[in-house]
Each structure stands twice: as structure tokens, then as C-alpha cells.
Write a protein that binds this ligand. Sequence first.
Ligand code: MN
Length: 193
Amino acid sequence: MAFELPPLPYAENALAPHMSAETIEYHYGKHHKTYVDNLNKAVDGTPDADASLESIIMKAEGPLFNNAAQVWNHTFFWNGLSPNGGGAPTGAIAERIDADFGGYDAFRAQLSEAGLTQFGSGWAWLVEKDGALAIMKTPNADLPMKHGAKALWTVDVWEHAYYIDYRNLRAKFIDVVLDNLIDWNTVNANLAA
Ligand code: MN
């Protein structure tokens, strides 16, 4: 059974003006889809064709890992955004952020710093590791499950994530996502899972 490009949980223009339909068209419709297509080519006719995405990610290296992890990362990224998102956290995650970071402002500063200082392509993450919330940054396709951490939320800081809407302004993109798109309901669901 081939891997599939999962549907977005919103319309392609639903995140505009913060994330344009053109960005979604390229980032989801071309970049994400290409990772799915390349993963399917890599596993076709091998035992991995019937493996779970997570099991491939945990054991693979090189191009197979890169494509499998980028499929997972992008699906996770899209599911963590909402047209009704942004701003201060709600629910259980709000209490955990207060306890583990000392408040939303400190959390936000650490997450923004991680995204901004990830040299080249990569991801900034809110994770749970060893029972505590933490911020991670990973290069290229790398992701928390390879480091014993549970992903709760991520922002893609590859240039393809922001160049159409914000050109080179990665910090602006991260601010806009945090102010307008982060879906705390999904973060709470990931925390509880
Ligand atoms: Mn991307």
C-alpha cells in the first residue's frame, strides 16, 4: 500500500494572509507531495512498502530517512496550524508552559530563537522529553522521535516555508505563525496522546 499525501485540515486559502494560498500550493502541493512520491519510489517492491512511516523513520538513514521524515514532519506541521489559531496557549499546555518555561513569553522567546538560529534548513519544535517540555531545533529532515522526545508542535524554517510570503525574513514568519496560526487545540491533543 503506497503512502499518500494526507489532506490538509483546512482549505488552501484558509491561512491567508498569514500563509498565502500560493505558499500552500507550493509547500504542500509540490514539496510535501514530492517527499511522498520519492518515499513511494524508494520503498516500491521492498519490505518497507508495507511498513509504518514511523518504523521507517526510526531505522532508515540517508535518502529513505530524509523522505520518510519529511513526510511525517510536514503532515505534523500542517496539522499544528489553524485559521483560528495563534496567541497565548489554552488548556493543559498553558499550565505546562508556565511550569516548565516560566511563562508564555519565555517559551516564545526560546522557540523563536531556535527557529532563527537553525543554520540552513530545518525545524523548531516544542517537545516533551523526560517528563518536561523543551524546545528543540533539528537540521534538514531530523526530528524529535530520533532523539527520544515527543513532538508537540513544529514550525518549518526551510526557506520554502516562508520565501514566497516573507522573502528572507524568517523571524517575521515565525512571529506571524505564533501570533496567528499555532493551533493550541492540536498541541493539547498531542500532549495528551
Ligand atoms: Mn517544508
